[in-house]
Write a protein that binds this ligand. Sequence first.
Ligand code: ASP
Length: 316
Amino acid sequence: MGWAIALQGGGGDIPRSLPPERAEPRLATLRRCLDLGVSALQDGRAALDVVELVVRELENCPHFNAGKGSVLTSDGTVEMEASIMDGTTMGCGSVCGLSTVVNPISLARIVMEKTPHIYLAFNAAEAFARDQGVETMDPSHFITEENLERLGQAKEANRVQAMEGQPPIDDNSRTGTVGCVAVDLSGNLASATSTGGVVNKMAGRIGDTPIIGAGTYANTLCAVSATGKGEAIIRHTVARDVAALVEHRGLSLQEAAERVVAAVPRGSFGLVAVSGAGEVTMPFNTAGMFRACAADSGYSEVGIWPDADGDAGGES
Ligand code: ASP
């Protein structure tokens, strides 16, 4: 059985004019995390462990909108959310409204493994994190200068980032949700996604990332992690739809993912997905999506924008 892995670092209105000093740190982190995930898979680690490991690293990188570096609510606070799903057992865990947990994805896994529930949110999730002894920091730890600036710009323009039909708030990339999907040497699949949400969101807003079937899904056929406009992703149950087309229509992973991407309004979202057979696909209908993948077959890609011919291309 061949392993495969794909990572996303956020999709959206990422302009081609994005300065290298903004693009490079993210690409470098994606390459480093891809290498980390590939080594773990080659060492025989389980897909579930690998997606958690990779997403933790991405959460720890302040250039992405997850963990430290999460974008801010209209109150100037951080409300992080994450979910994880094990395709073999259909076990899943999800957290939202976190303001002090360093690695929300690991708390989501603990919810999956140690509680009879799937979702835990806000104060109760914070209290659970303390009970479980996971690492926490003062809320100020997660707030970066860059995100304070973005919130200021969004407030000035009086809008929430990435809402349908609205132009970008600045010429910078405001996306950066992170996700990882993997299939291991035994054919087990897993998916993990983590985010700070969208800039200037209302306090209490919950996006697609912690919603199983919307931003994250895995079963025995494929694993999917999405990024983009959360409300559109929820409405179209994007991640589950890809799996359903594979399961019920017998489509290949690529056909299923492309069909789902085509059915959602342009500019809304992108996803990364792998199948049990080791296929990888990373389609998006936004201007760009930070992404990286590798497979046992030797295929590898790291990129932001589509190729001129419209394929999701990059370095390979
Ligand atoms: N999907 C995330 C949300 O709406 C944002 C993103 O992926 O950029 O919360």
